[in-house]
Design a protein around this ligand. Sequence first.
Ligand SMILES: NC(=O)c1ccc[n+]([C@@H]2O[C@H](COP(=O)([O-])OP(=O)(O)OC[C@H]3O[C@@H](n4cnc5c(N)ncnc54)[C@H](OP(=O)(O)O)[C@@H]3O)[C@@H](O)[C@H]2O)c1
Length: 311
Amino acid sequence: MRVMTQRRLGGPEVLEMVEARLPEPQEGEVLVRVHAVGVNPVDRLARTGESPLLGDPPFTVGRDLSGVVETCGGDVTGLRPGDEVFGMIRGGAYAEYVTVRVEHLAPKPATVDHVHAAAVPTAALTAWQALIDTGAVGPGRRVLVHAAAGGVGHIAVQIAKAEGAYVIGTARADKHRFLRDLGVDEPLDYTTTDFALTVRDIDVALDLIGGAYGPRTLATLRPGGLLASAVLSDPGVIAEDGEARGVRCARVAVQPSGATLRKVAALMAAGRIRPHVSAVLPLAEAGKAHEMSGTGRTQGKIVLTVTDHEG
Ligand SMILES: NC(=O)c1ccc[n+]([C@@H]2O[C@H](COP(=O)([O-])OP(=O)(O)OC[C@H]3O[C@@H](n4cnc5c(N)ncnc54)[C@H](OP(=O)(O)O)[C@@H]3O)[C@@H](O)[C@H]2O)c1
């Protein structure tokens, strides 16, 4: 099989397509024939070594995949060869085949193609674990999503809306129509409006930017509100800052979960979560995809196709 690997840390040029042996699924794993892979900022950060997630090379990056179960290892129930699945793994998805623990996968909704399914797992799991599992977002809650037009943000908005929340989302003005289409009640142009001075009474804020955003977002929260930060490398706010203001602060490190992806899949099948894919490239052009992602301007997601026949 072909796999996009790297033998050293560095720029996009370190990515190289090589032939590798087909991996064998172990107990509790399935072998998935990958059709499409979602690109995440962490792929780039692992490639350069800015994120220690995968350790030292050689390794293969890639978290989000959609594909078809090829074979099953021992003790696998609930999935069979031929099943279409999507899910998040820790790394290694930039490949034609990958072995995945069965509990990290969910059936792909039949109405969603592999390209769009591959755009979802990390974004939806991060958003769900922050907004629902940690923030208990429900009807009438006021939610602030920073970087609402990006990979995580645009799914977070749709999850919050599906739960009945009122959503304020930050993005440049040229993306406000996109935000409205996603269901954002109040798009906010962060280049002209200071959210820290204008937004108030937020129940749950999701920080996908880091730096000064975390501390500045504390002022937007109502007493007892939650700041959930997904930017792990960032010193950000410490719990004591929040306590002093009577609010909670949580860091969200996304975890794989087929169980949560089943709930997400139900919302996708119902048309409540519609992943937006702004660019599709072949796996061979992963380096170019990383450069595009590195601009920090992505609307929705960038996806790599792994098989020739994917549409
Ligand atoms: N902790 C975890 O487990 C976890 C999981 C997933 C992601 N993350 C992290 O979360 C962050 C976001 O990930 P992502 O995949 O959503 O990234 P992304 O898709 O690359 O985000 C791009 C978006 O960010 C927006 N943006 C950039 N600067 C902004 C600003 N100052 N204010 C508001 N929006 C801004 C851009 O909109 P404009 O063009 O309008 O500026 C663009 O739409 C990354 O740092 C990623 O590493 C962490």
